[in-house]
Design a protein around this ligand. Structure first.
Ligand code: FES
Length: 111
């Protein structure tokens, strides 16, 4: 992946505790071919190690990274991060903390 130092994307991430929710906004370098999960990992590794999110396989098989990105439910590991992002839990009320959620029942039944 080629890193473009001249551009960045704005990423709003839902932060949730059992008592409240709000968005945190981050500026992240725009990297060609980077996934939404790659953006979340960049934020965790370089900006905010307190950010909570799920992932496992990173190849679109386990569904643990399921999220709502710009209003659409997707797998964060297989969705490209080409433009500004708003990242939320895949379903209202599903978050335990930040983007960490209980898996949907249909996925739980496959595990
Ligand atoms: S991490 Fe497994 S589907 Fe995304």
């Amino acid at each position: 992946m080629a890193k473009d130092e001249t551009q960045s994307i704005s990423v709003k991430v839902m932060r949730k505790t059992p008592k409240e929710k709000e968005f945190s906004t981050y500026e992240v370098p725009k990297v060609e071919g980077q996934s939404v999960l790659g953006v979340l990992k960049y934020i965790y590794d370089n900006i905010d190690p307190g950010l909570g999110f799920n992932y496992s396989c990173r190849i679109g098989l386990c569904s643990s990274c399921i999220s709502r990105v710009n209003g659409k439910v997707v797998l964060a590991c297989t969705t490209l991060a080409n433009d500004d992002l708003v990242i939320e839990p895949y379903k209202e009320g599903a978050a335990v903390r930040d983007l960490i959620t209980e898996l949907p029942p249909v996925i739980k039944s496959l595990i």
